[in-house]
Design a protein around this ligand. Sequence first.
Ligand SMILES: Cc1cc2nc3c(=O)[nH]c(=O)nc-3n(C[C@H](O)[C@H](O)[C@H](O)COP(=O)(O)OP(=O)(O)OC[C@H]3O[C@@H](n4cnc5c(N)ncnc54)[C@H](O)[C@@H]3O)c2cc1C
Length: 1017
Amino acid sequence: MRRRDFVKTTAAGSAFLLTPGVWAQTLKNADPEFCYQSQRKIPVAYDVDVVVIGGSLAAVAAAVEASAAGARVFLAAQEPYLGEDVCGTFRLWTNDQTVQNTGLGKKIFANGLPTPMHIKKTLDNELIDNNIDFLYSCYITDIIKDENGVPAGVVIANRSGRQAIKAKTVIDATPRALAARLAGAKFPAYPSGKQTFKFTVVGNDLKKGPDMSAKKHQEPIQVKYASSGQSHGDAFSETDIKYSAIEYTLQIDMKDGSYQSFANAEQIARDLTWDANQVESSDLLFQNPPDKVEGQKKYDKANVDPDNISMDIFRPRGIDNIFILSGSAALSKEAAEYLLQPGKLIRIGERTGAMAAAVAGETMPAGELKVCSAGKKYTFTGDVFETLEGLRPSLNHGEIIAEETTLPVIANADVVVMGGGTAGAPAATGAAKNGAKTVVLEYLHGLGGTTTLGMIGKYFHGYRKGYTEIIDEEINNMAPGNPRKKRRLSEWVFDWKTEYFRKEIRDAGGEIWFGVLGIGAYSENGRVKGVVVATPEGKGVILAHTVIDSTGSADIAIAAGAGYSYTDGLSVAIQGAGLPFKNPDDFYNNTDWTFINDSDMLDVWRAFIVAKDKFDGQYDIGKMPQTRERRRMTGDFTISVLDVYNGRTYPDTISAHLSSFDTHGFTEDPFFSLKPPEHSGIDVLAFVPFRSLLPKGLEGIVVTGLGASAHRDAMPVIRMQPCLQNQGYAVGMAAAMASMNKQMIRNINIKTLQKRLVEMENLPEHVLTDQDNYPPPYQKIQEAAELVVNNLEGLEIILWDIEKGVAAITDKFYFTGNEEDKLVYARILGMVGKPDGWSELIRAIDTFEEWDEGWHYTGMGQFGKSISYLDSLIIAAGRTKKVEALPSIIRMAEKLTPESHFSHFRAISIALETIGDPKGAEPLFKILEMPGMRGHTMQDIKTAKKLTPPDKNDVSTRNSSLRELVLGRALYKCGDFNGVGIQILNDYSKDLRGHYFRHAHGVLQMFSGQKELQIEL
Ligand SMILES: Cc1cc2nc3c(=O)[nH]c(=O)nc-3n(C[C@H](O)[C@H](O)[C@H](O)COP(=O)(O)OP(=O)(O)OC[C@H]3O[C@@H](n4cnc5c(N)ncnc54)[C@H](O)[C@@H]3O)c2cc1C
């Protein structure tokens, strides 16, 4: 269909002339309106016989059975774990004895009440052992059809973007049968009025109310004593902690079957059941759906035999190759209730899997496959901007056309906050309390992000005045006499903090939607008009005057076209990441044992799987990766290391940040290579200008938190929770101002905002009069150039204004007669790529007989230097690009042993690859030939499981891989030797770990031309 076939009913843009509240309300009660989406190509990630949508027990059983019948199978789970029907809804207790009759049920329930960890891990292993590919955190967004309109696969959305899965049959294990709905199956309208839901909480007091009844489970939840990261044997002991769990049956008023209504129902369930004793709650509401599909057959009776019930009841009328594996099948209410017990549904799953495989065997999709247009009239011009690169470029199996179409507007607001984390939850309170109609959208089922679900429930340093002080005090006072109340304001009870934000936002009139994935921006000519979301009820657009992107990795801004910085062909530097275990009531399990790219679903999948091996025996696994460093969009202004180090002031400061340089790894900036960051006791006060939160070239959007525009080495000071909470609140206020004043957020009166932030002590008073104190006066630079020979005093001034600083240093280098001073100048010049002092550097290197004390990557506690003095001389010599430096560098390279420090390998690699001479290749090759240097890739999940050590912060495999990759890269860039460099890069281009993949793939893309030029040896 061409664009002209659509009918546009109103002019876009005119909507923005209305006052925000009115604008929002005008649309609210209208029939669904639609936004335009252009034609696009969706990369194909998997080409299989059977695709399973959903990760329930039955879904896994179906996948295994289909695979056993010879089908190629892929499974996409909605939650960050498998078993959502049991772990997500907290239906861990079952009286269903038949569960023991199924292989899977027996593995899960044989030893009594299972822990979520046991269930999730058993399900993972079930798929892995049967070689079934699967991913977490995916929503289905579209059905692919063949030329005859027959379903031929699905499109899924996740944080890697959208991908197509070609499949001959679809097993739809989503509770609401979304795949069947998207394929055109018929369902009655969702009845409005009171509907029955179940919701489980743990630890809470029993509540009574008009629309609720409660069942206290006889058997308590039992948690191994002490969340130490080590399990204490297999058995539970007397000291173990017990919590009672209550399953509530709630009658909740539903307006309709929209996701907005379901999201609201979840909030009501939480309103009704929360109290300060809560240590855990369901992620998901459980419901036996009242609106069941029109099946090929209908089952009216109450009693049902899962072994013999006709499978046609699970197939939508008129669609032969979709199976509904949930309570949405064409069952009576009673039969569905019965079959939703785990043992029964697993059995139906097994039968479905076998049948789906058989149907796949008889199905041959006809002609071209595509995603067809919805063909609705659209009201809003603009387009959907999203990521369509596939899971990994090299893994794509071609592309599928998605026709030009329309997307429904599923809500609208003055301010939409995407991501309700550390900065996002305060952003929503800031916007809602300041009069904006606010919606906050969060994938997980709680607010607070890393501070809560990320299990970092206490501060490290940080600027703790202003809104943060209010949060801390109010959370601490939520239940004064409660024994769980923390003694310090710098830590909090997990469930209290999530509840605090939830209540604050709801009390201020804001809406909260959990279970929503932000997958794109709705934008026109750089003006972001809303966010594109995937929900368990389908895809849609939420329009807003201003979008606050609080995903912590600028997901929406980047989808809208913002540039960004991250690991790539030039850099593999990334802060250590982790993924923790979680027991009820845990609030702080800080880990650092891997690197994770949150925006790479294969990597996230790998991390969740190996983490369960690491923390085997714990009660549960965390629900979000602990990533300290993420994608940073390119803003109107990018904060440099020296802006932070020198306490740069700005006229538009929006937040104050206080911390030491908590680097969790090595630094890259030349300044730190000369003068390392201070240790953890010494804090730096840094300011963030509003411009660094505004993506360059985009209007209507602002980014908070870890996604802001800053050099990676500047971020360790900026990223602390107290400061990001204040930043979020300030941005929420700014967005409310923008929508009230009908302005673009870039144009708000920053001084008015700052005055209010000063009043509430979010900012110190001087920001009101602060001017930009960059650049430093030339005289100061010259003074520093004189003094720098004393322990690099004033280097931060010299390198801040690098052009003038280098000129001053160069003068000093040539004029000084003092050899030691000359070397200082030579080292600085070399580090910034100036060749003048190359001979001094070589002489200095040659004075070393042996390597000095280097630096090793560890898990946690990495402050200060990440290279030695000799490392810095070698890097500086390399950066002069003088081939004359090679013999000195190679002499030291030959002294390396497998036990040498990581920083020495890195220094040698950087020096040799920067010179790029083929003579550098053989020494690198020889290093790689030493025992233990090669073969550390993790290209498949079984290898990843095998190579990941059990200790909480063991980084040995992470380090071995990093060393191999850095050396292999350098070898390749020197022209390679025996093809080892390219082999290493090719191997890491297939590694499941996203940052190693990004680096290896990036090097191959960026330097392939150069390699041919340098190939002679
Ligand atoms: C292991 C670790 C230890 C740390 N230790 C400390 C410490 O001791 N003290 C300290 O002050 N700081 C610490 N930090 C730093 C600090 O916690 C983080 O910098 C900060 O919490 C990040 O805040 P954020 O708002 O950018 O992201 P987050 O808090 O992570 O919030 C992002 C939110 O957005 C959601 N989201 C993301 N993408 C999407 C999407 N596409 N759709 C829907 N939802 C989405 C996520 O689920 C999450 O809730 C630590 C960080 C880590 C990882």
